[in-house]
Design a binder for this molecule. Structure first.
Ligand SMILES: [Cu+2]
Length: 144
């Protein structure tokens, strides 16, 4: 193989590797059967303004956001969010999209009285949802 051809072949391989890495980051594939759920909070529950929630996960490994191992991720809690986050982009980080990037499985929320929706979405180290999305049912709590 002549050097020019060899270089072309090498950069093709590098491009393929980069594409694979980007694919893993922006389009992480969900293992079959992976799920997230509220451990002890029922849809329609009446709760206090200080609400302790426990996040469950099965079928996929929990890891802090600093761990970029493919096939791992962390919990996100959506509070009163209209739609689950779209695939291919990081979940926003704001008052209605909480990240648990230290692999936490619990939090204490402070909610105003009234009805609120809660939904868990699992995402990778880049905060991008898996495909298909690993997400809980969106539940409603009545806060007294
Ligand atoms: Cu995140």
């Amino acid at each position: 193989m002549r050097p020019a051809v060899l270089i072309a072949a090498c950069s093709l391989a590098a491009a393929a590797a980069t594409a694979f890495a980007a694919d893993n980051v922006l389009h992480p594939q969900a293992p079959a059967g992976a799920k997230v759920f509220f451990v002890d909070l029922q849809d329609g529950a009446t709760v206090g303004q200080e609400l302790h929630v426990n996040f469950g996960v099965s079928g996929i490994a929990l890891a802090p956001a600093t761990d970029t191992t493919p096939g791992t991720g962390h919990h996100h809690l959506l509070i009163d969010a209209n739609e689950p986050p779209p695939p291919g982009v990081p979940i926003p980080k704001d008052a209605t999209h909480l990240h648990y990037g230290q692999a936490q499985t619990t939090d204490t929320l402070h909610l105003a009285p009234g009805d609120h929706t809660l939904q868990l979405v699992f995402a990778n180290a880049a905060h991008v949802p898996f495909e298909p999305s690993i997400q809980s049912k969106k539940i409603t709590v009545h806060v007294q």
